[in-house]
Design a protein around this ligand. Structure first.
Ligand SMILES: C[S@@+](CC[C@H](N)C(=O)[O-])C[C@H]1O[C@@H](n2cnc3c(N)ncnc32)[C@H](O)[C@@H]1O
Length: 285
């Protein structure tokens, strides 16, 4: 049996190791897809593009906007959004492997002038105040133990009136069985995620950071088929995957991830929030 890597040392290290195998299984993306129904014949990549478009369509982007991609992965979604909307995007990730790969992708796509990537922690954003017109985070905020910390940073770097859209897991109702509880705990442990929140808990995190909730959607039924497809693809990658991850991570990805879609108590939130406009200056009386 190949030697298992040392236990993970953090999220960046995890994505350094797992990026390529996950992207292979997920049509080049590091997020699930949007499936129109059980008989949707789309490829995993097409479903991934559809989910990416679903997110960027919420941001009312106009060409030239400055956009922050929080947790930009390998940059595939970033480059797609930059090209589709004609915007300038800064992508941040904790994985240096992803930042390198994403930079190469931007260069190869002829977008090096408008898309850049950097290793940068979403919990310690060092961009100046109001430096972005919009921001988005696809399946990233789940890695924070307290989502309010992420939203607080975003509230500062967004311009007044700027929008942010995030996708995240959502607890629609209490987990019904020991099996489901153990699958969710496995996801939190193996993917180093924070707790899964209910809609009201989520909205509270957004508001506590000083943002206004503009829209809260649950598209769980459209994303759910992704888990079986991705779990199957990871299982087929077998020994190649085993070389990249710890034995515990391997067992989870191969045996459990595919069953995640059975947990109908979980949804998939697409939350759009706005930094309030600055109050109008009072005129002299
Ligand atoms: C599931 S991947 C999603 C990648 C990309 N958004 C996509 O949809 O293809 C999660 C991403 O979040 C990033 N991430 C997790 N915690 C982070 C943090 N504290 N700061 C910045 N990026 C983070 C990871 O490095 C990874 O790129």
């Amino acid at each position: 049996m190949p030697e298992a890597p040392e236990p993970r040392s953090g999220v960046g290290d995890f994505y350094d190791r797992i990026n390529d195998a996950m992207a292979e299984a997920m049509g080049g993306f590091l997020h699930g897809g949007y499936w129109r129904g059980a008989d949707d014949p789309s490829s995993v990549e097409e479903a991934g593009v559809r989910l990416t478009d679903f997110v960027s369509d919420r941001l009312r982007l106009t060409p030239g906007d400055r956009v922050l991609d929080v947790g930009s992965g390998n940059g595939k979604a970033t480059v797609h959004i930059a090209r589709r909307h004609g915007v300038n995007v800064t992508g941040i990730t904790l994985s240096s492997h992803q930042a390198r790969q994403a930079t190469e992708l931007a260069e190869d796509s002829g977008l090096a002038g408008s898309v850049e990537f950097t290793v940068h922690d979403m919990l310690e954003l060092s961009f100046p105040d109001a430096s972005f017109d919009a921001a988005y985070a696809i399946e990233t905020v789940c890695h924070a133990q307290d989502r309010t910390d992420v939203f607080s940073g975003l509230a500062r770097v967004l311009r007044p009136g700027g929008l942010v859209t995030v996708t995240d897991f959502l607890l629609v109702r209490p987990l019904e069985s020991e099996d489901h509880r153990s699958l969710v705990e496995g996801a939190m442990k193996n993917y180093q995620q924070g707790p899964m929140l209910t809609r009201s808990e989520y909205e509270e995190c957004v508001r506590a950071a000083g943002l206004e909730v503009v829209e809260f959607l649950d598209i769980g039924e459209f994303v759910r088929p992704s888990y079986r497809i991705v779990g199957g693809a990871l299982a087929r990658s077998g020994e190649a995957l085993r070389k990249l991850v710890t034995e515990e991570e391997f067992q989870y990805m191969v045996n459990d991830l595919g069953r995640f879609g059975d947990i109908t108590e979980l949804g998939y939130a697409v939350v759009t929030a706005r930094r309030p406009e600055a109050p109008a200056a009072k005129g002299r009386s």
